[in-house]
Design a binder for this molecule. Structure first.
Ligand code: OAD
Length: 244
């Protein structure tokens, strides 16, 4: 079934609790390439599965660090789009009714004014220690480099994102699970639904009795749990959907 804009607007307005799960497509209209789009995807030039792993970083820290610096520079140049802003404005107009769960590491939801997002895959603008920090590992005593390192023991700094094969932050995942169970409507925006456990949240919402709406110009792996699939772009469609 394809619901009309008017029906979807009613679902949003009537939802006691709205959970929103976003992926790379959310930021596509800001100019951040997605992971899997054939032409522009980050996988066209680089294979994140070969770069976004601890093993890749240990094998060639400079190569992986430089790839993150390239993405950080790209993200610093772009702005939140009308979709990010519409979600933030809705949350501000309806305090306590929206939980925003994102797979994106770009921080654009926060920059649009949404303070409390659940960032399942971390944040690209932060670093952390590669190995368990020793007393000498102080961010104030870094030796410059690509990547920077502890000037005493050589422990490397790495981006504070979740790499393939790593656990998601426990608290963030638990909060996301709770929101997926408690919501009565989940909007699944701009994600291919291929990466778990994030994609599993849509299944959880569906099993818990929520309506699930996929907003994506292309078919996704999560269409099967959706009440309706809205074949729209995020920045183009969200302002109308979320207007009161
Ligand atoms: P993908 O690149 O897999 O999927 C992007 C989705 O966005 C696709 O389904 C597109 O059709 C859709 N899309 C493109 N433009 C859009 C637009 N303007 N509006 C709405 N949708 C649009 O990205 P993710 O699903 O986010 O993980 O990928 C999930 C995870 O895989 C990422 O967080 C990352 C990656 O490997 C880690 O880095 C751990």
């Amino acid at each position: 079934m394809t619901a009309t804009l008017e029906t979807l607007r009613q679902w949003v307005q009537q939802a006691r609790h709205l959970a929103v799960l976003t992926g790379a497509g959310m930021s596509a209209e800001s100019g951040v390439p997605t992971f899997r789009d054939a032409q522009s995807g980050l996988w066209a030039q680089f294979n994140p599965k070969e770069l976004a792993t601890e093993a890749a970083f240990r094998a060639d820290p400079q190569r992986v660090w430089d790839w993150y610096q390239y993405r950080r520079a790209l993200i610093a140049r772009v702005q939140p789009n009308a979709g990010h802003r519409a979600l933030a404005a809705w949350a501000q107009r309806h305090p306590g009714r929206l939980t925003l769960i994102t797979q994106n590491v770009d921080g654009l939801h926060e920059r649009a004014g949404l303070d409390e997002t659940i960032a399942l895959h971390g944040r690209i603008d932060a670093d952390q220690w590669l190995d368990r920090p020793r007393p000498c590992c102080q961010p104030d005593f870094l030796e410059d480099g690509r990547p920077p390192r502890c000037s005493v023991c050589g422990n490397l700094r790495r981006p504070a994102v979740v790499w393939f094969g790593e656990m998601l932050p426990t608290e963030a995942l638990a909060a996301a699970e709770t929101a997926a169970q408690a919501c009565d409507l989940m909007l699944v925006i701009g994600t291919s639904g291929l990466v778990y456990p994030a994609a599993g949240l849509a299944h959880t919402a569906h099993r818990s009795g929520a309506q699930v709406v996929v907003i994506n110009p292309e078919p996704t792996e999560l269409d099967t749990v959706a009440q309706t699939c809205w074949r729209e772009r995020a920045a183009q469609s969200l302002p109308a959907l979320l207007a009161d």
